[in-house]
Structures are given as C-alpha cells and as structure tokens.
Design a protein around this ligand. Structure first.
Ligand SMILES: [Zn+2]
Length: 317
C-alpha cells in the first residue's frame, strides 16, 4: 500500500507538508537528506505493523571514489555474519538474539489468543512490529557494512550462495536468513556500481571451505562443526572461515585477471566444470532494484537512474 505524489507536497527547511495538511509531518528521519537536496517525489506507505513511512526521491551527485589497491574476499558465515579475507570477523549484531527472543514470545502470545478476537488482532500487530524492527535493524547494519567494504576496497569478492538448496539444514537456514546474505549482495552490487568498484561473485561449486588457501590441497570432508583445521598438504593451520574468505578472494582475483569465462586451472582440472563466473556486468544493469519482498521503508526508495561517467544521479537511499 503506497501512494506517490509528485507535486502535492511542500518541502521547506527540512519539513515536509503534504497537500491538504495544515502542518508539517512529524517525521523521525532515518538519515539526513543530502545537502541542498530537493525531493522530486514523495511516497507515503504503511507497513504490516501499522507504521507510516514517507520516502523522498532526490537526485544526488555521486562522486566516484579514487581507485585503490585493496581487494577483499567475504565468506558468509554461520557463527559470524561474515568473515573477511583480512581475518576480520563481522559478528551478527548483538541485538539479534534479544530480538529473536521477543519474536518467539510474540508468536506464543498470538497462538494463545482466540481466533477472530480483538486480542488476537492486537497480538498480530505486535508480532508484525517485532518483525519490522528486526528487518530495519538488519538493513541498517548491512548498509553500514557494505558501504565500508566498498569504500575500503577496489574489488570485493563474494560467493553466490544457493540459499534455497541450503534450507534443508535448519540451523543454517536460520543463520542465513538472519544474516540477510542476499540483502548484503544486493547492496554491494549497486554500491560498487555507484562508486566505481568491482564486485565479483564466484559460484557455489567452488569448495572454498575445503581448499587450503596456502597450497591448494582439497580436503574431502569438512563437517560444519570443524572451526579450525590443519592442511595435510602443507601443515598450515586454518580458521575455517578466514581460509574460505581467502579462497574466495583468490578465486575472484583470478577471474578479474583472466576476464569472464576463463576457468582458473586449479579448479577446472579437478571438478571439470567452471568454478566461477563473473557477474559484475549483469549486476550493474538497471540498478538499483526495489527491495523485493520487503516492506516499504524510507530506505526502500527504488529508482532507475544510472550514472556512467563518474558523476550522475542516484535515488536518495
Ligand atoms: Zn595446504
């Protein structure tokens, strides 16, 4: 449910007044507008939790970042949200566990209420509010993380996880959905495009976890509970996730150097199939995309503008 207006609003000194309203709206801003920004379109929406949102579409000039030398591989984690090839572990936000407890409680409450009753309706709304807050916080966290990754690195390499295929493992499914890996990827895609960085997505056939990042020896099995292991080929001791992130980085850089479609030899000789693909180009067409499947929020403004030469326009996010 959303209503978009192009002219029926007034924006003055940071205050938004919609047509036929006597005063400006009391808005809790998700972040300040870019300096001097004049919104061209205002979208008003309400989510399942009964909260109202206004999204302002503004044009803003993107200043491309100066090229840098750094590259990073990112491994999607279970215990931590992501692990970087630098060894840094990005943990799930601290509030996630508390939020999950609240979520469980709200579910239980709802189940106890009689169907069709006013109390059930109320419990329903409470549940929706908990859901909405979790989604908001996660998005916020991912925005900060992806902005940082793109600012600090010229090349960011991630794995294309097949989330659908992994949902058979219950705990993993939960961790993945919590971590919002897809969301992280989407953000990296358009931010890399904005700032002139490269995002490389390597495909999931690549055994990043089982391959030694030092010598390339592939270990046959690697149960989920193994957090550290020793390579039988070179005796290197690995943290499971850091090793995987390093492999992701190496695989991505190989693609970057060879160009798309060239198979890195080590992998193709063993598996007989292309170990990776480059998606940067596909990823940069027609973005940014709307946040599919999500409630509209002030962050969720979608637009179709694209910049080419380093200066251009983008929707305000
Ligand atoms: Zn090794």
């Amino acid at each position: 449910m959303a209503r978009t207006v192009k002219r029926a609003f007034k924006f003055r000194e940071g205050e938004l007044t919609l047509a036929k309203m006597s005063g400006p709206l009391d808005i809790a801003w998700s972040r300040p507008l870019p300096e001097g920004a004049e919104p061209s379109t205002v979208t008003v929406s309400r989510d399942g939790a009964g909260r109202w949102f206004v999204s302002l579409l503004c044009t803003d000039t993107i200043v491309r970042l100066d090229p840098c030398e750094r590259a990073v591989g990112v491994d999607a984690g279970i215990t931590s949200l992501a692990t970087l090839s630098t060894g840094e572990k990005i943990t799930n936000p601290r509030h996630e566990r508390r939020d999950r407890e609240r979520l469980a409680r709200a579910h239980k409450e709802l189940a106890r209420k009689e169907k069709g009753s006013a109390n059930r309706e109320k419990a329903n709304r409470r549940l929706a509010r908990v859901h909405a807050r979790i989604a908001d916080r996660r998005r916020d966290f991912l925005h900060k993380l992806t902005t940082r990754l793109v600012h600090e690195n010229q090349v960011v390499v991630i794995e294309d996880l097949n989330v659908a295929g992994m949902t058979r493992d219950h705990s993993l499914a939960r961790a993945i959905s919590d971590a919002g890996w897809r969301q992280l990827r989407t953000m990296l895609e358009y931010k890399a495009d904005w700032y002139g960085r490269e995002l490389i997505v390597i495909d999931r056939w690549f055994p990043s976890t089982r391959t030694c990042s030092q010598c390339g020896t592939i270990t046959q099995t690697m149960p989920l509970d193994v957090r550290e292991w020793e390579c039988s080929g070179c005796d290197a001791r690995h943290d499971r996730d850091v090793n995987a992130a390093r492999n992701v980085l190496a695989a991505g850089l190989a693609v970057s150097a060879c160009g798309a479609g060239v198979r890195p030899q080590r992998e193709s000789s063993r598996t007989g199939r292309s170990a990776m693909k480059q998606e940067t180009h596909r990823a940069t067409r027609g973005i940014p995309r709307p946040w599919t499947g999500e409630k509209p929020t002030p962050h969720a403004t979608a637009g179709g503008m694209r910049e080419r030469t380093g200066r251009g326009t983008r929707p305000y996010m």
